[in-house]
Design a protein around this ligand. Structure first.
Ligand SMILES: Cc1cc2nc3c(=O)[nH]c(=O)nc-3n(C[C@H](O)[C@H](O)[C@H](O)COP(=O)(O)OP(=O)(O)OC[C@H]3O[C@@H](n4cnc5c(N)ncnc54)[C@H](O)[C@@H]3O)c2cc1C
Length: 381
């Protein structure tokens, strides 16, 4: 019997690839392996689920049994892959080992654990999958004050979602303004103002050092010696591509698992996509790049040889208090120009020759997204 194509991971990357592959190879043997429960859900909904009043169970769009049936695939769940053996073309799991014809790593990324001291450091929550979300919702029940670490994209979305549901939120970040890696200061301040109007408090230029338990609540020590109290502490300080399995198997790894424009790793039979991958030098942990990659990789696995290209792909920040669309420049060397508008702000990033390389649109300026996107150079031409 022919060894199957094995996909490790049942997130958006693994499942979208499996769907695309099935369109091209309806009968080929296909196996997925996942460390989690394998139910299909949309991860971006984790940071808007309070507003949409959905529990973790209600976020499941398709249970794993239905996915297996639709994909005509075997799916092993709750089965971490422990080791790859590229020489023998086998993967080792807690449930046994399997041979593959071709292997795809769709492993996602780990949430950074904040380096904290204190007796309650281990109780700081992170939300990076459905099981995390279920724990977060259980811990939030009946609570009023949340301290959020990180004012990046995911932190701001959780701040909005919590505040619009009546929770008092304080966000701590060592940077000077929200989304500091994606937005120039004027745009960040605009977003800050809109979130503050919703009730969110920001504590910039500060980092948490320790979390102690205090009478059923938490006391969070900040670097300047002050302390903040909260009922729950949530961390959203960034993600790190899961590269360990690949590195231990001798595959090339940099910020992510290194793959070329056919999504092929340094081993000819192993591919990677999604948050774990560094594709032609780019680590883009967003949905749109995954969809593009899934189509191109499926075609490669089915015996064609297309190359991946990326247009510029703006990201929508899910903060209804301040609709925001960012298309960050991928290269440095230019400058931001910001312009306040009636009910919004436009920030354009241009190089020395005046070429548009990125933008941020807030409030009323979001209507300019299509026109500006059309002027941007491709991210991967
Ligand atoms: C709260 C939140 C909001 C977001 N909002 C947006 C948004 O609005 N727009 C946007 O574009 N992007 C957004 N993103 C990013 C986007 O959701 C991710 O880029 C995408 O979901 C990543 O999919 P993935 O399949 O690569 O990884 P994951 O969904 O993390 O899947 C990884 C899979 O690999 C499995 N796995 C890992 N290690 C092993 C192992 N050793 N053995 C077996 N299985 C393993 C896991 O169990 C899982 O099934 C958001 C992310 C978060 C956390």
């Amino acid at each position: 019997m022919t060894a199957p194509l094995i996909i490790i991971g049942t997130g958006l990357a693994g499942y979208n690839l499996a769907r695309e592959y099935r369109k091209l190879a309806p009968e080929a043997p296909l196996q997925l392996i996942s460390a989690d429960g394998g139910d299909f859900y949309s991860k971006p909904m984790l940071s808007t689920a309070l507003a949409s009043q959905k529990s973790a169970a209600q976020l499941v769009m398709k249970p794993v049994e239905k996915m297996a049936e639709e994909l005509r695939a075997e799916i092993w769940t709750e089965t971490p892959v422990l080791r790859l053996d590229p020489a023998q073309r086998r993967v080792h799991t807690a449930r046994g080992e399997l041979a593959y014809s071709q292997l795809v790593l769709a492993l996602g990324a780990d949430a950074f654990a904040p380096p904290l001291a204190g007796d309650a450091a281990g109780q700081v929550l992170q939300v990076n999958d459905l099981a995390d979300y279920a724990r977060f919702r259980a811990a939030l029940a009946g609570r009023e004050q949340v301290l959020l670490l990180g004012a990046g994209l995911i932190g701001c979305e959780f701040a909005q979602d919590l505040a619009s549901n009546g929770i008092q939120v304080t966000v701590v970040d060592p940077a000077g303004w929200p989304l500091s890696r994606l937005l120039p200061e004027a745009a960040g301040r605009y977003l800050q103002g809109r979130l503050e109007a919703l009730g969110v408090r920001f504590c910039f230029g500060q980092s948490a050092q320790a979390v102690e338990q205090a009478a059923g609540r938490y006391a969070v020590q900040l670097a300047d010696g002050s302390a903040l109290q909260a009922d729950l502490v949530l961390s959203a300080i960034g993600l790190r591509p899961r590269t360990q399995l690949a590195a231990e198997a001798g595959l090339a790894v940099a910020r992510g698992i290194v793959v070329d424009r056919q999504l092929r790793s340094s081993d000819a039979q192993i591919y990677a996509l999604g948050d774990c991958a560094e594709v032609a030098g780019l680590v883009l942990p967003y949905v749109q790049p995954i969809m593009q990659s899934a189509r191109v990789l499926a075609a490669n696995l089915a015996g064609q040889a297309p190359l991946l290209s990326y247009p510029a792909m703006p990201v929508l920040v899910k903060t209804p208090a301040c609709p925001t669309i960012v298309c960050p420049p991928l290269t440095a060397g230019g400058e931001w120009e910001c312009q306040a508008l009636e009910g919004g702000l436009r920030a354009l990033y241009r190089d020395g020759a005046g070429r548009l390389l990125g933008f941020a649109l807030l409030g009323s300026a979001t209507t300019e997204r299509a026109a500006l996107s059309a002027q941007l150079p491709a991210w991967l031409g």
